[in-house]
Design a protein around this ligand. Structure first.
Ligand code: PLP
Length: 360
């Protein structure tokens, strides 16, 4: 079976975990600090704050920007549920803007029409490893005095015009095992802003500045040193992993026929967390079944956009129409692109797709 994901855990990660176990400091400690420094350096930001997941990174970032009840946050509905839920966690409302059908990311020409006096932030999601148009988003944010919280959970190391995602606004990353690098479970917030950094650290640790004096409501969203040790070993390999993903993607780009391959605008560096094609002619699900018959994994990210999730409709009253988002959900299929996909694997994946699509 050629799987959709395979965490690249080697001797470095195993050794690092054993060292932490032997050290006696297994909760948040020196490895977490070192991982935060390495992450900030990778992301070219002044600060990085480790959390327990991408979801908690988003949650903390919302709180650090003082987003709360009555506020609105503009984002995409064509993403994992956590992007929208993090806005709901703090009592605010996600306002969904349709996607650009070529990139699957926010259609920046539609953002301004969605801004109201309640809008507090824009939450661009760099989906599948491709950055959003950050020139346009930063300009809109500046004009309307909005915060920018980037959901970079799928785009470690991706760049927009040579600048790393997560370094434009406040960045949030996931370190879940399927991601470009992992810490087991984990998340990271990145920022150049001292106030945001301070706020995130306090919220992550029970609202505590001085030991057992609590100034505000906070959480336990701290990363353990066991997780950080894995993350530290992984971050050293991020460039190699991303290069391997790009190599597999380049092969698919030139080989696949009958499907629409990913569009990468000039100046964007894609890190292919997913390699996602559009399957025209209503053949997506049949192609998926055909691939499964040939022991090739594939996945639909995402079959139900957030505004169409049952509880968003029933409990939060969402009833908007996002035609491009809804069309993409019917047509997309992601195929194996991770670093463990070998040349033989990708040849099999591509020839199986081409064979199916040529049948008419
Ligand atoms: C776009 C996006 N946002 C947020 C998250 C949440 O990250 P985590 O699963 O680490 O909580 C994910 C992870 O799946 C994601 O893909």
């Amino acid at each position: 079976m050629i799987n959709m994901a395979k965490p690249q855990i080697g001797e470095d990660e195993k050794k690092a975990v054993m060292e932490v176990l032997d050290s006696g400091i297994i909760a948040t400690g020196p490895r977490t600090k070192a991982f935060e420094e390495a992450f900030a350096s990778m992301c070219t930001t002044k600060h990085a704050i480790a959390t327990t997941s991408g979801t908690t990174a988003l949650h903390v970032a919302m709180l650090a920007h003082k987003i709360g009840p009555g506020d609105e946050v503009i984002t995409s509905a064509f993403t994992f549920i956590a992007s929208g839920n993090s806005v709901l966690f703090v009592g605010a409302r996600p306002v969904f803007v349709d996607i650009d059908p070529r990139t699957f990311n926010l259609d920046v020409t539609k953002i301004e029409a969605a801004i109201t006096p309640k809008t507090k932030a824009i939450l661009p999601v760099h989906l599948f490893g491709l950055p959003c148009d950050m020139d346009a988003i930063m300009a809109i944010a500046k004009k309307h005095n909005l915060a920018v919280i980037e959901d970079a959970c799928q785009s470690h190391g991706a760049m927009f015009k040579g600048k790393k995602v997560g370094s434009f606004g406040t960045g949030t990353f996931s370190l879940y095992p399927t991601k470009n690098i992992t810490s087991g479970e984990g998340g990271m917030i990145t920022t150049n802003d001292e106030t945001v950094d301070e706020a995130c650290r306090v919220i992550r640790n029970h609202g505590m500045r001085k030991r057992y004096y609590h100034d505000e409501l906070g959480y336990n969203f701290r990363m353990s040193d066991l997780h950080a040790a894995i993350g530290l070993a992984q971050i050293a390999k991020l460039d190699t992993f991303n290069e391997k993903r790009r190599e597999n993607a380049a092969y698919y780009d030139k080989t696949l026929k009958g499907v629409v391959t990913p569009y990468v605008p000039d100046g964007y560096t894609h890190v292919y967390h997913q390699y996602t094609v559009r399957v025209p002619g209503g053949k997506r699900d049949a192609l998926r079944a055909y691939l499964a018959e040939h022991e090739i994994g594939s996945e639909v990210y995402y079959p139900v956009p957030i505004h169409k999730q049952s509880f968003y409709m029933s409990e939060y009253g969402y009833n908007v129409s996002l035609p491009e988002t809804e069309k993409a959900a019917q047509e997309v299929l992601s195929i194996p692109v991770h670093p463990a996909v070998s040349a033989a694997d990708r040849e099999k994946v591509a020839s199986t797709i081409n064979e199916f699509m040529s049948k008419g």
